[in-house]
Ligand binder design. Sequence first.
Ligand SMILES: [Zn+2]
Length: 74
Amino acid sequence: MLLTGFILLCGPFQPLKASESIAYHVRQEVTVYVTNTGSKYHRGGCGYLSRSKISISKKKAVAAGYGTCSRCRP
Ligand SMILES: [Zn+2]
């Protein structure tokens, strides 16, 4: 009984769950931040975000013509 339960819990199901989790993270959009006046997009902690901080997906930021910040390199 105990051995059967162990196989069910730790058996062939765990690797499947792990790969699903990785695929889920890959599909996530990266969020970056832009300012009202700047033409670059930044990571959340960048010092250039002191005046304004607008969250936007990286894909949209690139599509809108924003460039990569040379200081935080998002
Ligand atoms: Zn930056």
